[in-house]
Design a protein around this ligand. Sequence first.
Ligand code: TXE
Length: 486
Amino acid sequence: MKEIKHYINGEYVGSASGKQFDNVNPVNGQTFARVHEAGREEVDAAVKAARAALNGPWGKMTLDERTRILHKVADGINDRFDEFLEAECLDTGKPKKMASHIDIPRGAANFKVFADMIKNVPAESFEMATPDGSGALNYAVRRPKGVIGVISPWNLPLLLMTWKVGPALACGNTVVVKPSEETPTTTALLGEVMKDAGVPDGVYNVVHGFGGDSAGQFLTEHQDVDGFTFTGETTTGETIMKSAARGIRDISLELGGKNAGLVFADCDMDKAIEGTMRSAFVNCGQVCLGTERVYVERSIFDEFVSRLKAEAEKLRIGPPDDDAANFGPLVSLKHREKVLSYYQKAVEDGATVVTGGGVPDMPEQYAGGAWVQPTIWTGLSEDSPVVTDEIFGPCCHIQPFDSEEEAIELANRLPYGLASAIWTENVSRAHRVAGQVEAGIIWVNSWFLRDLRTPFGGSKQSGIGREGGVHSLEFYTEMKNVCIKL
Ligand code: TXE
């Protein structure tokens, strides 16, 4: 069986403890690889390698040399596109059609985007008067933050990991990456691409394992890491924040959400249905920006519900290779347990199940997979956990509202504030509501339309910090002011 090893200081290495865990294909529940689990020893070796590379070849490279290498990394991923695609789909079960349009190309692009951006960012300077009349000149310079711990999730494994590693390396940092235990393969494979592209050993390191009492915890507790960037659950974010507090290390956190879609009677119904379909069901609902709470103005409520139901029932469930399928399994049987517990809770709390609510009948060879039906509910109280908790599955609850004020209040009532989608053709309303909804990212008449130069991140309990464009520099660099007395 295939073994997935750590990538430390430019070499693939196993764990000294010999500990390994299964990598399971969510399409059929079968183990297809064994993954080495890092102990403190491997994490320490990875951090030491990252420190040495920072103080050595990587730190000494010119910006031009560094960014040229990062372009080669992007090209290297694209050259091995099919391998990355295969690996990502084995780990996640997602349709190849989707991963070949989103996960892999965007995962590669992250290296080019940030390499190009970093070359074009100006620094500030201020001339000041001094009492002796000779004056002074202040200018700011940016320096790499140091060794960055990257802890990444399983829903868009390559894309979300490179979204962090791309800017980190472009800014001159070195990294130790701990990918999700569910999806280690593309992060491991990237080591080969880094090597071929000429990235010096120790710049990109990967350690595998779980969170608590495993590689994740060991990494965040390691005192020679200068900052942590994390995407995942809010409670995990809290734990990482506590670890990072020791030694005053910086954090960038992209956490959970329970995003609201607000559909006004003056919307273009076709657009609203198409966008809500994607935001609720793409990637089997496992997108942090997805919409799990849909609020629809009462006069169009019935029409909206019946049209969304009709579209959801057209989704084609199937394995990655099925070109006609646009809906794969959840990432794991464990995650399916969580999602199904909410499906059950919805019924207990008195929901009307508009569609779905269970497990689809699958052919024999896929019966052991993590399949669930796309699901829509109405009729729940706003206090039901189904409406307040992030489920992270292919499901949404639809609730009517009667006024703009009520819609805004409903959108803002939870402690999360990641994303929101507003559907209206009234331009004044669009601006008015966008200004009042408490979320880091607002879409009007669209969803998941991403310009990588724009700030990305959540407010309230959905995160700390913004990444994307120049905003990534805030986290991945230290700014230093030099004051010259003239
Ligand atoms: O997340 P975790 P899980 C949400 C979603 C999902 C839930 C649980 O609701 O159902 O989180 O998923 C590492 N120290 N999101 O369990 O635990 C872990 O190994 C250091 C939303 O996968 O947050 C993995 O690499 N690291 C999300 C990463 O953290 C720790 C995407 C994420 O795992 C750790 C994924 C610890 N103590 C899940 N504990 C989004 N916002 O996109 C765990 N990890």
